[in-house]
Design a protein around this ligand. Sequence first.
Ligand SMILES: CCC1=C(C)/C(=C/C2=NC(=C\c3[nH]c(/C=C4\NC(=O)[C@H](C)[C@H]4CC)c(C)c3CCC(=O)O)/C(CCC(=O)O)=C2C)NC1=O
Length: 169
Amino acid sequence: MRDAVTTLISNYDITGRYLDRDAIDRLKSYFDTGLGRIQAAAAINANAASIVKQAGSQLFEDLPELIRPGGNAYTTRRYAACLRDMDYYLRYASYALVAGDNYVLDERVLQGLRETYNSLGVPIGPTVRGIQMMKEIVKQQVAATGVSDTSFVDQPFDHMCRELSEQDI
Ligand SMILES: CCC1=C(C)/C(=C/C2=NC(=C\c3[nH]c(/C=C4\NC(=O)[C@H](C)[C@H]4CC)c(C)c3CCC(=O)O)/C(CCC(=O)O)=C2C)NC1=O
């Protein structure tokens, strides 16, 4: 596990440098968004089930073929697996938001995921769409708590989408 502060400090420690202007700016930006990050985690915690449900309904409404025979989320088992995956993405996004660092996503969520999805025929494009839908819902909810700039919320969701979409190695 890493967070914005430990990652920064270890980078400076490796080269024996004091925290320079650039480091201070990065720390400032992390702490300036600190309260918002905590509010985002609280909003996610309070609404996780409904965020997943809402994004899931929206996804299956936009792409009904997913839940028709032949679709990857067809059958109750696979439908439930799909919503469970969405729940994983949301929960780990909340950890990464608080940490201000995406490392937890690389380590716990994304490692080997694309290969698993490819071997099970889980379509990446629609998964990415589901993650983006959750991002938009979370941003609305964070904005509703009075946070004016919610752009920091994008980071973990966009990171997962980018990593998932990457072409085969
Ligand atoms: C915490 C980290 C973590 C992640 C991320 C994770 C994902 C994950 N999703 C899986 C399956 C799955 N994932 C989906 C998801 C979907 N199908 C669709 O059509 C939609 C686009 C999408 C939902 C948005 C489905 C349907 C399966 C079951 C596929 C199958 O068994 O045929 C599997 C295979 C094993 C299983 O079924 O449990 C893994 C490992 N597991 C983990 O431990």
